[in-house]
Ligand binder design. Structure first.
Ligand code: AN7
Length: 375
């Protein structure tokens, strides 16, 4: 009995110049493609002691810290591909609907390419401050509709069909191509294996589609011997896939995933079923607890939506589901990767609300020592 020899991915040639350059033989580009890049990708895979301990013996939990991409979210992986192909095809304008991060990324890559970017965002306080600031300062035409993300996406789809504008939401297949490289990096960072379990938040469901595509391609090309189990987590107030029907008025503090009718619904269900995984939901309280744990115990600051991945993992640990998976797959040791999709600084309001405000004292040593309990 001999397992087929697994081949490593081809080694990097030279310094990091963005993910298209690194993984070009796995992406739909040629030598003539005008690559639009901000050197995205190559984000760290950080081991987390506390989470590993919580998950039990012989278990290592890693965070794929996608908040460290150039515009602060995983969207840059898809956007370098989508904007590169738009430019290659001669497009002069791109457009997206967005809960914030897609617009921030689209605006930056459009600025870099010297093309126009228009974004439709949902009403009210549904887009975190940092994301709106990013799109605006990059010069995007930002339009806020009196409606939610799902309505914005419907409008953008029609606008892009009837006008010479390229749609850069994740229904654009190049977005998925770029985002699948997250799996490639994780496999390289784990030394040539996929994680046993991959946890991530699910909103419009492009990312779970992309990560699964990445892993299956590596498996087909014999770069990994086994595939991961995929666990996706929606916010309880915006959990259409879990409930099995669209949610007309999605509501959660995790504004990035406040999505009631995901565009890649079918692909998300396929990723779940093919990997024998799960798509479950987590409450705002569970998301906030994970968000605080990550910042205060592991030193990793992410936006609330990202913390849904860790909140979901912890929910499953408590429900005995992690041990059930360990048994089912017969694993003596387990590597778990949770993707943190966006940086904490995207949403400074939620951080400020979730933490103790600074103590105010007179400008004297005595008062400072007193406040520190050292007086
Ligand atoms: C931080 O920016 O949909 O399931 O318009 O910003 O691939 O949609 C953002 C989604 C998770 C969900 N975490 O990913 C948008 C948008 C963060 C996000 C998701 C988003 P998908």
């Amino acid at each position: 009995m001999s397992a087929t020899q697994v081949l490593p991915l081809p080694a990097a040639k030279g310094p990091w110049k963005g993910l298209i350059n690194r993984y070009r033989e796995y992406l739909p580009v040629t030598d003539k493609t005008p690559v639009i890049t901000l050197n995205e990708g190559n984000t760290p895979l950080v081991h987390c002691c506390h989470l590993s301990h919580i998950c039990g013996p012989n278990t290592d939990v890693f965070i794929k810290y996608e908040g460290l991409n150039p515009t602060g979210s995983f969207k840059d992986r898809g956007m370098t591909m989508a904007v590169t192909k738009a430019v290659e095809e001669g497009s002069k304008a791109i457009m997206c609907a967005s809960t914030g991060n897609t617009s921030a990324s689209a605006a930056a890559y459009a600025a870099r390419a010297g093309i126009t970017c228009a974004v439709l965002i949902p009403s009210g306080k549904n887009v975190a401050l940092g994301k709106l600031a990013q799109a605006s300062i990059a010069g995007a035409k930002v339009i806020r509709i009196e409606g939610n993300f799902d309505q914005a996406l419907e409008m953008v789809r029609v606008l892009c069909e009837t006008n010479p504008i390229t749609l850069v939401n994740s229904v654009n297949p190049y977005r998925i191509e770029g985002q699948k490289t997250g799996s490639f990096e994780i496999v390289e960072q784990l030394g040539g294996v996929a994680p046993d379990l991959h946890c991530l938040p699910v909103g419009n469901a492009g990312n779970i589609t992309a990560f699964w595509k990445g892993y299956t391609e590596l498996h087909q090309r014999n770069h990994i011997a086994a595939l991961p189990t995929m666990w996706g987590f929606q916010a309880a107030g915006a959990a259409p896939i879990v409930l099995g029907h669209p949610v007309p008025n999605p509501d959660t503090i995790a504004t990035a995933i406040r999505i009631g009718n995901p565009a890649s619904w079918k692909q998300a269900v396929a990723a779940r079923d093919e990997s024998k995984g799960k798509i479950d939901m987590v409450t705002d309280e569970e998301i906030t607890a994970a968000y605080k744990h990550l910042a205060s115990k592991e030193g990793i600051f992410c936006e609330p939506s990202s913390a849904a991945s860790v909140a979901g993992l912890l929910k499953m640990v408590n429900a005995g589901q992690l041990d059930a998976l360990r048994k089912e797959r017969g694993l003596k040791h387990m590597n778990i990767v949770c993707v943190l999709t966006g940086h904490g600084l995207k949403d400074p309001d939620y951080a400020t609300k979730s933490a103790e405000p600074p103590v105010v004292v007179p400008a004297t040593m005595e008062a400072v020592l007193g406040a520190l309990g050292m007086g």
